[in-house]
Design a protein around this ligand. Structure first.
Ligand SMILES: [Zn+2]
Length: 232
């Protein structure tokens, strides 16, 4: 089931404190509308009861879509630095819910689920776009690395991410986005062949592919974070 909990929020514009419903979990099989809202970039946008200012809560919930084989732990963008620790925590959550420590019926559901961990709305949305278009996320992250080699001016840095926004025929719609504010720094397209080429001949990428797929946090961001323990 999808779960919402009342939460006291403070308006960043006028500091009014009001109560609204923050999401605790999303079941996209039963609530397709919530998945639609995530794709539309509208999910968890709150409106201040005093001044009508709109602001978005950071994601902090589990997302389940059995139909598309997705289980995703979504966390705030700023939590990225703690990805190693959080991946271990979320793996334990999954194991209890659908994995080795879950009841048999839940385990049978869990066997078909791809487990993922994301930080920030753009990263979550990208996982939904990939599934929607039948694209493998590990191969896609490898394709990003390949693309970065030919983009010397890439603004990649902490909090700035390259995300797939959609697929338009033979073109992939990409954007450089600030993860926390969701501000787009640059939107552009590349040919889908970037992805298809790696899918067809992944051998040269085997090592980095294994690294990216080694945990539920499948994202090139982790390659630029060091171990996650010594970052200042
Ligand atoms: Zn307000």
């Amino acid at each position: 089931m999808s779960l919402f909990v009342p939460m006291n929020l403070t308006c960043p514009e006028c500091t009014e404190v009001f109560t609204s419903e923050a999401v605790g979990s999303v079941n996209a099989d039963r609530r397709a509308d919530l998945r639609d809202e995530i794709l539309a970039g509208r999910f968890q946008i709150m409106r201040c009861s005093a001044c009508a200012h709109e602001f978005r809560l950071e994601p902090d919930f589990n997302y389940l879509d059995v139909g598309r084989s997705q289980w995703i732990a979504a966390l705030p963008a700023r939590a990225l630095r703690d990805h190693l620790e959080i991946a271990a925590e979320k793996q334990a959550v999954f194991d209890l819910s659908y994995g080795s420590q879950a009841p048999a019926a839940a385990q049978s559901v869990g066997q078909g689920l791809q487990q993922r961990l994301v930080f920030g709305w753009p990263a979550l949305r990208e996982k939904l776009v990939l599934a929607e278009n039948g694209l493998d996320d590990v191969i896609w992250e490898v394709a990003k690395l390949d693309l970065l080699r030919s983009l010397p001016e890439a603004p990649l840095g902490e909090g700035v991410e390259l995300r797939l926004m959609g697929v338009s025929g033979d073109l992939l719609d990409l954007a450089w986005i600030r993860a926390e504010s969701e501000e787009h720094l640059n939107d552009f397209q590349v040919e889908r062949g970037l992805y298809d080429g790696i899918l067809a001949a992944p051998a040269p990428w085997a090592a980095v592919q294994a690294l990216l797929g080694a945990s539920m946090f499948v994202d090139i961001q982790k390659l630029f974070m060091g171990t996650g323990e010594d970052a200042a």
